[in-house]
Design a protein around this ligand. Structure first.
Ligand SMILES: [Cu+2]
Length: 116
């Protein structure tokens, strides 16, 4: 039973990897163009909208959808970031897709990309 589930997950991850390989990679910060920052995880990304960017404290507030890997329902909350340079790309109202993990006890954005 466990083996069957394991194989299913492996196939699903391969499908995801194939889909992401087709994502065009444009210049990182060209205005109006897609961009991404951080390390893309091997799991589905979560949709969100940026509410606030706090460069001084290295925090971004995101109105986010379900984050299954954190066991979190949709809500608006602040996240730390793995790299503060991510914040330079973000502004309130931006639609994004991202991944978050708990690092040093804090919900932290490890990957984020524009959803336009
Ligand atoms: Cu949350």
């Amino acid at each position: 039973m466990m083996n069957r589930v394991g194989i299913f997950v492996a196939l699903w991850l391969m499908a995801c990897a194939g889909a992401s390989a087709q994502t065009p990679k444009g210049p990182a910060s060209a205005p109006g163009k897609a961009w991404s920052a951080g390390t893309r995880p091997g799991i589905a990304l979560t949709e969100g909208e940026v509410e606030r960017v706090d460069k001084e404290h290295g925090e971004v507030v995101i109105n986010h959808g379900d984050l299954p890997n954190l066991g979190m329902p949709a809500m608006t909350m602040g996240f730390a970031v793995t790299d503060r340079r991510m914040l330079g790309k973000l502004k309130p109202g931006d639609k994004v897709r991202f991944n978050a993990e708990v690092k040093k006890g804090e919900a932290t954005v490890t990957y984020i990309e524009s959803a336009r």
